[in-house]
Design a protein around this ligand. Sequence first.
Ligand code: TPP
Length: 658
Amino acid sequence: MHRLRTTMARLRPLTAAQSAQSISQPRLLAIEGGLRTFKPARRLNTSVAAEPFLNGTSSNYVEEMYYAWLENPRNVHKSWDIFFRNANAGAPPGAAYQSPPPLSGSSQGLTGVQALMGAQPNLEKLVQDHQAVHSLIRAYQVRGHHIAKLDPLEISCVDFDDTPCTVGFQNVAVFNPDLDLICMPTLSAHVNVFETGVYGLAESDLDKVFRLPTTTFIGGSESSLPLREIIRRLEMAYCQHIGVEFMFINDLEQCQWIREKFETPGIMQFSLEEKKTLLARMIRSTRFEEFLQRKWSSEKRFGLEGCESLIPALKTIIDMSSLSGVESVIMGMPHRGRLNVLANVIRKELDQIFCQFDSKLEAADEGSGDVKYHLGMYHKRMNRVSDREISMSLMANPSHLEAVDPVVQGKTKAEQFYSGDTEGKRVMSILLHGDAAFAGQGIVYETFHLSDLPSYTTHGTIHVVVNNQIGFTTDPRMARSSPYPTDVARVVNAPIFHVNADDPEAVIYVCKVASEWRNTFHKDVVVDLVCYRRNGHNEMDEPMFTQPLMYKQIKKQKGVLQKFAEKVIAEGVVTTQAYEEEVARYDKICEDAYNRSKDEKILHIKHWLDSPWPDFFNLDGQPKTMHSPPTGISEEELKHIGNIASSVPVETSRYTEV
Ligand SMILES: Cc1ncc(C[n+]2csc(CCOP(=O)(O)OP(=O)(O)O)c2C)c(N)n1
């Protein structure tokens, strides 16, 4: 069926109008298991008008019906079944069509013949309404993310027509609400849609039942739904805290896969255990930053506050990947939240992290005060969810944003190569980005273009963007020309899942889907965590100077852990006491590690490498002395070659003199 769909998507069958110009031979459409002929035996070049509903405007609808019928004649209404059978059998113009019975419940219980006898008086209107509903469904799939509630601060200025933004900044994307109302109705905006008449639907159509196309999964086990319910389900799938951008993907199977993941009714469910794990991870993420803030209030740490759900997001990706057989994850990330990722995702010993805040600590080889934001780390551990061993490395990176991206891909490719992992089933990469850097650094685009090259592909990277809607002190409207910071990913047809990072459940759901996507199609995918930055660029900056409106709002914003804890306590997932105990337990872990960290006197490089090089170190953890085997060339010869190679060539110097 995949083959059929793909073939059809690429070679869209001729519409009746097109057929009228050209058809003189039977058309063959590949279907699973063989070829089936849809004969244009009615010589459509004579009179298309003979079939009143076969005209240019209804061709999409006819195609939908035809695909569904090819799959199984029972998928379509009896009248369509008869029409396609007659057409295939070579019925002359006007004869293939027989009046259908009404689609509403009133025909239930009638035999096919009885139903056909109860002819529909206004067939054209019926087809038009179905077409309109299908267009509406498609509009949600294409543009639903425009009106999803992605911004936790709820201050993103929607503006599609370049009028200056009155709020002061545009954060998530740039849209015109009026356009959205016309093209993308929300339940609350029904009236506008019906008033504008774009779809030709009226309020009175809301309770009419419509057959759903095969390109939607909102029906679950039902193939028809009232319009009111269709809109409600589309709103649930596309306009809540998740905005899915995928309709640009040129592969029908992949589009169907995504639609199923987001449209199937009730698909976003979590077990009690999953919710408890999520809460515990949110606690660790939040309390880690709070601990650092308490102990070193005047130190830079590029904290994660405002995007605490990054930690459960990454852990979910790793859990899911481990479950599907991944044994090694290679990660690259910038400064924001790096210490938290080291502590709570890679699981670097906390005392190793804390001791770096000790000004008396002697760095063995680095002079920079920001060492802790640049060093990498490697760690092998059991994954509790999959019960399998997994190794994780966070690559060391320089200050130069995004420079680490191709390095991560190179290391991933090398590991895949040397372990014979030709399909990327055991080794994978995750790249984290800031929103400004993702949109602004050309190397991001370059790295995307490596993603599908035979010699460079790492078989799918999961990109996670910490979209705190600001780059240092620059608003998005001054930093990029694209609506989203993630638009660069569209060049490789990567699906993009925008998610409101203040909803941890929505976050881990998209992360699950992203991992499944990567492990199914082995292609890149982007998770855009729309969040905010509670403090300045670093903790020493005062953001009220540069972003006063935004920070006024941020000051009012309740922390995500607090909101989530209140929610799960209200749902009865945990008691208040159990929650407080979990918080106290983690605080104690931090406190104990802090006490141990005071004993650390020297920074061991061995602890901060992103690759396991056991033979590189001596027992003290210091690099072994290097010695090279004899080369067969004398030192004098080497010096001579070196001198000649590094001096100005004779020819050039003469030329320069002249
Ligand atoms: C290539 C490069 N350009 C500029 C900088 C200076 N710089 C450091 S952080 C930063 C802002 C980055 O913003 P964003 O990517 O949104 O991440 P955030 O700090 O907001 O998490 C800039 C411009 C840099 N480190 N590297």
